[in-house]
Design a protein around this ligand. Structure first.
Ligand SMILES: [Zn+2]
Length: 248
């Protein structure tokens, strides 16, 4: 079940069964849907309860809990580097239901009428992860790339060393945002989450003799057992594979 609630003047948060969040951003001419979550019901119909403007769907990345409801739309914007994830995670029957994929990447700006959404590449969690800056409202939509439960232990995730460089490259963008809305959120988070999470990644990359990793607790998930590195308080962790901290 998907609930929807207004959280700022232009932004609505959609929550799909407490498992993933998507957003509706309304300008004066168009509205943007950011991620379709698991798609447990008609996401377009949910968005239609708050706006009658033409809808643009953009996916922050290609994981199934972010594109699950794409089938309710005519087309979806996705970074080219994440196209391969659709082949990996979506079975053939469901793939036939997916809409046309339109490519988007850093440099693209969507004009919603009075509001502009700018695309930035942030590869790491997936190769084609993007962040979306809602310029006028200083809100950064980060998908799974900046959150309080960062998954970097998956096959296909960049090394933490490479991810740190990608995070640092976007430091100037963080100066243009006050808020983060990520893909598993309850509401607005301060942009300071970026600095805190970046520091957690840096602590792992800069450690000597695996001292940090050896004191990190085990992280058990459906794909196996890895490690998790706490940052910024008890609820925030970076999940990672000890053999994928540095570039090889
Ligand atoms: Zn993801």
């Amino acid at each position: 079940m998907i609930s929807i609630q207004q959280i700022t003047e232009h932004v609505w948060l959609m929550d799909d069964s407490g498992e993933a969040t998507g957003y509706v951003v309304t300008g004066t001419e168009q509205a943007m849907v950011i991620d379709t979550m698991n798609g447990s019901e008609d996401v377009q119909a949910v968005a239609r309860t708050v706006t009658s403007l033409p809808l643009i769907l953009v996916n922050t990345h290609g994981h199934p809990d972010h594109i699950g409801g794409n089938r309710f739309f005519d087309k979806a914007y996705l970074h080219p580097a994440d196209i391969q994830l659709i082949g990996q995670f979506v079975n053939e029957t469901d793939r036939a239901l997916l809409p046309e994929t339109v490519l988007t990447q850093e440099g693209d700006v969507f004009d919603l009428g009075g509001l502009h959404v700018e695309v930035f590449d942030l590869p790491g969690h997936t190769p084609g992860g993007i962040c979306l800056l809602l310029r006028e409202d200083r809100i950064l939509f980060t998908g799974d790339s900046i959150n309080r439960h960062l998954w970097m232990q998956l096959d296909g995730c960049a090394s933490l060393e490479t991810y740190l460089k990608a995070l640092d490259r976007l430091a100037p963008v963080m100066e243009r945002a006050d808020w983060i809305l990520h893909g598993h959120a309850r509401g607005l988070e301060s942009i300071t989450l970026y600095q805190a999470m970046r520091q957690g990644v840096a602590d792992l990359v800069n450690q000597k003799d695996m001292q940090v990793t050896e004191s990190d607790p085990a992280y058990r998930w459906f794909g196996g057992e890895n490690r998790m590195h706490p940052f910024d308080g008890a609820d925030s962790v970076i999940c990672y594979r000890p053999d994928n901290i540095w570039d090889r």
